[in-house]
Structures are given as structure tokens and as C-alpha cells.
Ligand binder design. Structure first.
Ligand SMILES: [Zn+2]
Length: 143
């Protein structure tokens, strides 16, 4: 049995391989009580991005990956339980399909009297935070 096929060896291997990614992530994430902030690139509607190995990746995806929860499939998106687009706290994130995300939005819309108002208010907060942090804007599609 190869050394890395034991769970401990595997974890060490992953930690070693992921170090540059976690270092990049740590540079821009603002860990704090509740929602985490982001000071890296953003797309103008509050979503954070990270450039890694010449690829631009969503900060939320990287956060979940670093927390040991990699994307189940390319069609899964990182959904926020807190509806705060800038938030990269893996405790506030879950992988959902588009259908699950829509269902989640619908459920929240019922309980909070209108999901769209909530989202736009939180996006405004996220953008204010990003502006204050001097985070660079990059032109990327919404998700
Ligand atoms: Zn949050």
C-alpha cells in the first residue's frame, strides 16, 4: 500500500499540494466573527475571485475546497446560507445545484418577504466593504 493511500498520508499530501492555494486565499480573506470579508478581486456584484495558476476562481469555491469540501460536480454552485455574496466563511456555504439554489431562494423569499430585496441590500454592503478595502474590480460573469 502506498504511503499516501493511508488517510493520514493522504491528508498530508493534500495539505502540501494545497498550500499555495491556501496561502493565496489567506492573503485576501478577512476571518472574523460571522461572515468573512474579502479584499481580493471582485466582479462588481459582490462575489470575490482568486487568480490561481492563471485561472480565475470564485473565492467561495476555494474556501469550500480548503475546508475539505471540493465541488461535487461542475454544475454545483456555492450557495450562501447568509445571502452575503462576499462571504467566504465555509460554515455559511453549501454546494447546491441550480435547482436547489432556486428552491432555497424561493424558501427564503417566503420567510423573509422578498428575496430580491435582501440580496440587493447585501450586495450593496459587500460592495461598500470591497471599495473600502480597495479590492480590484474584474469583469466576470455574475457567478
Ligand atoms: Zn456569511
Amino acid at each position: 500500500m502506498a504511503w499516501w493511500s493511508t488517510s493520514e498520508g493522504r491528508a498530508q499530501e493534500l495539505a502540501r499540494r494545497d498550500r499555495p492555494l491556501s496561502e493565496r486565499f489567506d492573503k485576501f480573506v478577512v476571518r472574523q466573527e460571522g461572515c468573512w470579508g474579502w479584499t481580493g478581486c471582485h466582479n462588481g456584484i459582490g462575489y470575490g475571485y482568486l487568480r490561481i495558476n492563471k485561472k480565475t476562481r470564485l473565492a467561495t469555491h476555494v474556501s469550500l475546497e480548503l475546508a475539505g469540501r471540493p465541488q461535487p460536480s461542475p454544475s454545483h454552485m456555492a450557495c450562501h446560507t447568509c445571502d452575503n455574496p462576499i462571504c467566504t466563511n465555509p460554515e455559511h456555504l453549501w454546494w447546491g445545484t441550480q435547482a436547489e439554489n432556486m428552491q432555497d431562494a424561493k424558501t427564503k423569499g417566503r420567510t423573509r418577504n422578498g428575496q430580491s430585496a435582501t440580496v440587493s441590500r447585501d450586495a450593496d454592503h459587500a460592495l461598500a466593504f470591497l471599495r473600502e478595502a480597495g479590492a480590484p474590480f474584474i469583469d466576470r460573469p455574475g457567478l
